[in-house]
Design a protein around this ligand. Structure first.
Ligand SMILES: [Zn+2]
Length: 246
């Protein structure tokens, strides 16, 4: 079979996925003449979750395009914000616990399982619940079962949060979700919480909320200043739906 040679170049944000010699502009690839362009890109190390437009000679083609010899391919990253086929819901792998709590703090639906359930179970849950798999594990992003996935670039939680918010632009509803379990908070009458609060807390505060799932009680003032700073920075940069302080 003929083995066509094509030229290929990757957007800057995709270059960390490919071998070092391919990171500087254009390189060439010899294909098998039968593989799709999507497969070729993936085989070079780039998860398809990270791939936006594929251009051949400047014209967009599908992942199923089978490249001919001499074609010049440009691989773009995903647009930001990236459209999703459903509401922005997320599933985070074991290493992203801090990011999960920060997303919940902003009211973003962020499921997280600890202990580690393994890649197969994570991918299956992503598919079953239509959640975007967030991970720094490239192998996990190559799994076919994923409903959607996204590589988290930084290992620093503050940058991870900005990465996810800028990529998916989920509505921000601070203080609406339980940071422990991802459940939704509802307002709770002080009387109903008697016996579940320390005396000092009960006397000092009047506005309470509790998690509809795990029963964790929250109150104004329960949030450390650093959490307020995270919320304010996110709202300032990315905006919100309705800001609810409580
Ligand atoms: Zn909860």
């Amino acid at each position: 079979m003929e083995r066509p040679e094509i030229g290929i170049s990757f957007a800057p944000e995709l270059r960390l996925f490919v071998a070092a010699p391919r990171r500087e502009g254009r390189s060439t690839v010899t294909t098998d003449g039968a593989s799709t362009l999507g497969h070729v890109v993936e085989s070079l190390g780039v998860p398809l979750t990270e791939v936006g437009a594929l251009l051949v000679g400047g014209r967009p083609v599908r992942h199923a395009h089978i490249p001919d010899g001499g074609e010049e391919v440009a691989v773009h990253g995903v647009p930001r914000p990236q459209p999703l086929a459903g509401p922005p819901r997320f599933l985070l792998d074991i290493h992203l616990g801090t990011l999960a709590r920060r997303l919940r703090l902003l009211g973003v639906d962020a499921a997280y399982e600890n202990p580690d359930v393994g890649d197969a179970a994570l991918a299956a849950r992503s598919a079953a619940e239509q959640r975007v798999m967030l991970t720094r594990d490239r192998g996990l992003l190559h799994r076919r079962e994923l409903w959607a996935g996204a590589y988290v670039y930084s290992h620093r939680p503050a940058e991870q949060l900005r990465d996810v918010l800028s990529r998916f632009a989920p509505p921000i509803l601070p203080w609406s979700r339980c940071t422990s379990c991802n459940g939704l908070l509802r307002e709770a009458a002080k009387d109903s919480l008697h016996g579940r609060l320390e005396d000092g807390t009960e006397h000092a505060y009047d506005v309470f909320a509790e998690c509809a799932d795990c029963g964790q009680v929250y109150w104004r003032g329960a949030h450390h200043a650093s959490l307020n700073a995270i919320v304010e920075a996110a709202v300032h940069e990315f905006g919100t739906g309705t800001v609810r302080v409580g």
